[in-house]
Design a protein around this ligand. Structure first.
Ligand SMILES: *Cc1c(COP(=O)(O)O)cnc(C)c1O
Length: 392
């Protein structure tokens, strides 16, 4: 018999009642160190006082009005995101996939507005993840996500990961742009080299196509810079963000330059809930913390500490850990054993992590994780790896 909740997830047999900083507590009071952060969402941990206060204060004033009216704190959040990024304008929605949908539509209508409606195709990378809507599963091209949901949405051309020559060869008269994650997430953590991103930016300019980045997972301070593209010294034309930007409140944004957004005039796109007063109150509070002086420097320091200790762990457990991938606090432990076995062994050590493609286990801890908690994560990993090594 089907369960009341649609059985579309393979869930771990765990439930939590309460969270505090990087910890989650079960109803019986068992404490888990949350190094998965709700899949890179709880960027400031659980129940951060600044976020809780912002949510409570807004909850007592106004939740929702629809986008039929001006929403002052949506306006403010847009101004702040624009000031802190490459963008001139922001569209608000409720999730990563919706932010990507906006990015895809914007790419198409940009060329339509320029008199080139034949340019509707986006080049994407094999192994990418852009969400679970019809368009975004077609963009991702993952057979497991597509199976049974045909016909695919037309307009996506897939090329191998990190292959600039393949992108060059794939650009044709119907190409609208190139869409990719600067750091791959769900498919297994892989960082696109700075040189690749620089070449890609130049290639897009030369060919008159848009560079569309998906920073849903790697953006919002995760790498120690606010946006991952900053490491390469480039800027995109359009960028989708979500996950961490609401700190746990559903919020997605599509950012764009004035030029790239030229086709998105009144009536072209919309969302009932997108950017409602409650979501934007929290989004502004997240920015208050992340944009505070020194916050991102601390992320880098913590990330370096974690990375150093992970390298030592890899040397100690070569039968379990093959390689450490990632940038900042977006880390993929490539396993020699089955990744789900490491996730399970970590749960035995009261630590949460997230599986990923490429047989990886991801660590996506809160950006404000403390040194003692990093050490605790290493102790848990060491114990889990030792137990798994003993079984080899
Ligand atoms: C999670 C994710 C998405 C989809 O976000 P949802 O909020 O689940 O729709 C898209 N792109 C990337 C890179 C992601 O990590």
């Amino acid at each position: 018999m089907i369960t009341p909740v649609l059985p579309s997830y393979a869930r771990t047999n765990l439930a939590f009642e309460r969270g505090e900083g990087p910890y989650l507590f079960t109803a019986t009071g068992e404490r888990y160190l949350d190094m998965g952060g709700g899949i890179a969402v709880n960027a400031l941990g659980h129940a951060h006082p600044v976020l809780v206060a912002a949510l409570k204060a807004q909850a007592e004033k106004l939740w929702h009005t629809s986008n039929l009216y001006h929403i002052p704190n949506q306006q403010r959040l847009a101004e702040r995101l624009v000031a802190a990024s490459f963008a001139d304008t922001a569209f608000f929605c409720n999730s990563g996939a919706e932010a990507l949908e906006c990015a895809i539509k914007m790419s198409r209508i940009y060329h339509y507005a320029n008199g080139n409606p034949e340019r509707y195709r986006l080049i994407t990378q094999e192994g990418a993840f852009h969400g679970r809507t019809l368009a975004t599963i077609s963009a991702g091209g993952n057979e497991k996500h597509l199976k049974g949901f045909g016909p695919q949405v037309d307009g996506f051309d897939h090329v191998p990961f990190g292959d600039i020559a393949a992108i060059k060869a794939a650009i044709g008269p119907q190409t609208a742009g190139v869409l990719l994650e600067p750091i791959r997430g769900e498919g297994g953590i892989r960082v696109l080299p700075i040189a690749f991103l620089k070449e890609l930016r130049a290639l897009c300019d030369e060919q008159g196509v848009l560079l569309v980045l998906d920073e849903v997972q790697c953006g919002m301070g995760r790498t120690g810079k606010l946006w991952a593209y900053e490491w390469a010294g480039i800027t995109p034309d359009i960028m989708a963000i979500a996950k961490a930007i609401g700190g746990g409140f559903p919020l997605g944004v599509c950012l764009a330059t004035e030029n790239a957004a030229k086709g998105m005039t009144a009536g072209t796109h919309g969302s009932t809930f997108g950017g409602n007063p409650l979501a934007c109150a929290v989004g502004n509070a997240v920015l208050d913390v992340v944009l505070a002086d020194g916050f991102l420097d601390q992320v880098l320091k913590r990330a370096n500490r974690l990375k150093q200790q992970l390298a030592m762990l890899r040397d100690r457990h070569p039968g379990v850990i093959e390689e450490i991938h990632g940038e900042g606090l977006m880390i993929g432990i490539k396993c020699r054993i089955t990744n789900t076995d490491l996730v399970a062994a970590l749960i035995d050590e009261k630590m949460l992590s997230v599986g990923a493609g490429d047989n990886q286990v991801r660590l996506l801890p809160p950006l404000n994780i403390e040194d003692a908690q990093i050490s605790a994560a290493i102790v848990a990993l060491d114990a889990a790896c030792a137990k798994l090594s003993a079984k080899l």
